[in-house]
Design a protein around this ligand. Structure first.
Ligand code: NAD
Ligand code: TDX
Length: 360
């Protein structure tokens, strides 16, 4: 298996949750000697504070943030040419399912049109080069919803059911179409639910941790029986690194934690972990649990088979859920300044409206 050199990388959406963890992961690797330009529009979900340490340590030349919309093809071309980009790792997206239900337009714009614009820029700048790579970061939600058994495989037929997953499925199709039609060197990964530091507190795990600390209700959608497969974000970063270095152009890998949890059980578990850290009784947090109106079209179960990436590239999840949850809780407790800085007025209004709607 040949190993691809990574020199000048454009990371899109690097000020978000997974993108910022990925950039930090790359710079922590002694065998990564390249440069990274982080292209981010800085929506409500993007925060340069998530990379303050990186900007400080590498601001002299190996790292820069460019506030550019991925829909701006000319802006992307300028950055690609200026930095001599040979690798694109595409995270930028609207990522929250509930928001896609309340307002799908931005999801079509960023996730579909934005991916299309990036592909056009890559095609224009790279032409027929074969020493380049466009890696598209996608989700297991494109496969739809599972019954009580079975796993999503790379061959599973697409069946997206929310505006978010439909927009990600559409972007996956575009990326593959550019490979088949224009011979653009692409790889794709479809990953399960991530958790860890710097996750925006609209997503289940950080939302629940912060609500516990603030004595707010813990809103469990529907009956809490829905199942998600959780992966620690650094494990996702290492999977992408492995794919960038070794995968064949045109290939797709599913990535997951092999770690299925019912939402209700997970929140109860989290109550115990937060209690261990704060010294409170777990019952105090568990008493905040409320079943609230279900998410429309709420997918029942996601579970990913990682057999292909394990077998072909030798990747496996490393961080246990116990370790990952414990360090995530510790991280939020010691980064309340970050939490305050991302909870802007706009976010606060959105979350209050959402609570009102659900009766949480
Ligand atoms: P996030 O919402 O935390 O971050 C998204 C980032 O993209 C933000 O920094 C935002 O400012 C930026 N962005 C949004 N629109 C943009 C635009 N038009 N131009 C440039 N930048 C823009 O998302 P995340 O959870 O880090 O997810 C990253 C990627 O991983 C997404 O593509 C998502 O679909 C995928 N993914 C996420 C998960 C998960 O559990 N979070 C799981 C599987 C796949
Ligand atoms: O308050 C809540 N209560 C609740 O019961 C929230 C925010 C969520 N939930 C449930 C809904 C889901 O079954 O918890 C589960 C996880 O919800 P989210 O954190 O919103 O994640 P999910 O909808 O599963 O999607 C996530 O994983 C796949 C990411 O947001 C996507 O970007 C990724 O593609």
């Amino acid at each position: 298996m040949s190993v691809r050199a990574l020199r000048n990388i454009m990371v899109t959406g690097g000020a978000g949750f997974i993108g910022s963890n990925f950039i930090r992961y790359l710079f922590s690797r002694p065998d990564f000697e390249g440069r990274i330009v982080n292209v981010d529009k800085l929506t409500y979900a993007g925060n340069p504070r998530s990379l303050e340490d990186i900007a400080g340590d590498y601001g002299g030349g190996r790292y820069a943030l460019e506030r550019v919309d991925i829909c701006d093809t000319a802006g992307i071309v300028r950055i690609m040419e200026g930095w001599g980009i040979d690798t694109i790792v595409h995270f930028a997206a609207e990522s929250h399912v509930d928001r896609s239900i309340l307002g799908p337009r931005e999801f079509v714009s960023t996730n579909i049109v934005g991916t299309f614009s990036l592909l056009e820029a890559a095609r224009a700048v790279w032409k027929d080069r074969d020493d380049v790579l466009f890696h598209h970061v996608s989700t297991d939600e494109v496969y739809g919803s599972l019954g009580s058994d079975g796993f999503f495989l790379e061959e599973t037929a697409y069946d997206p059911r929310s505006p978010y997953s439909a927009s990600k499925a559409s972007s996956d199709h575009l990326v593959r179409a550019y490979h088949h039609t224009y011979a653009l060197a692409v790889t794709l990964s479809n990953c399960s639910n991530n958790y860890g530091p710097y996750q925006f507190p609209e997503k289940l795990i950080p939302l629940m941790i912060l609500n516990m600390l603030e004595g707010r209700t813990l809103p469990v959608y529907g009956n809490g029986e829905n199942i998600r497969d959780w992966l620690y974000v650094a494990d996702h970063a290492s999977a992408i690194w492995t794919i960038l270095r070794s995968a064949e152009p045109g290939s797709t890998y599913n990535v997951g934690g092999e770690n299925e949890w019912k939402n209700l059980r997970l929140v109860e578990e989290l109550c115990g972990i937060v209690a261990r850290h704060t010294g409170a009784a777990p019952e105090r947090y568990r008493s905040l649990l409320r079943f609230v109106a279900d998410r429309p079209g709420h997918d029942r179960r996601y579970a990913v088979s990682c057999a292909r990436i394990r077998k072909e590239l030798g990747w496996a999840p490393r961080v246990t859920f116990e370790e990952g949850l414990d360090s995530t809780v510790a991280w939020y407790l010691s980064h309340m300044d970050w939490v305050d800085s991302v909870r802007t007025g706009e976010y606060r209004r959105w979350i209050d409206l959402n609570y009102e709607r659900r009766g949480g």
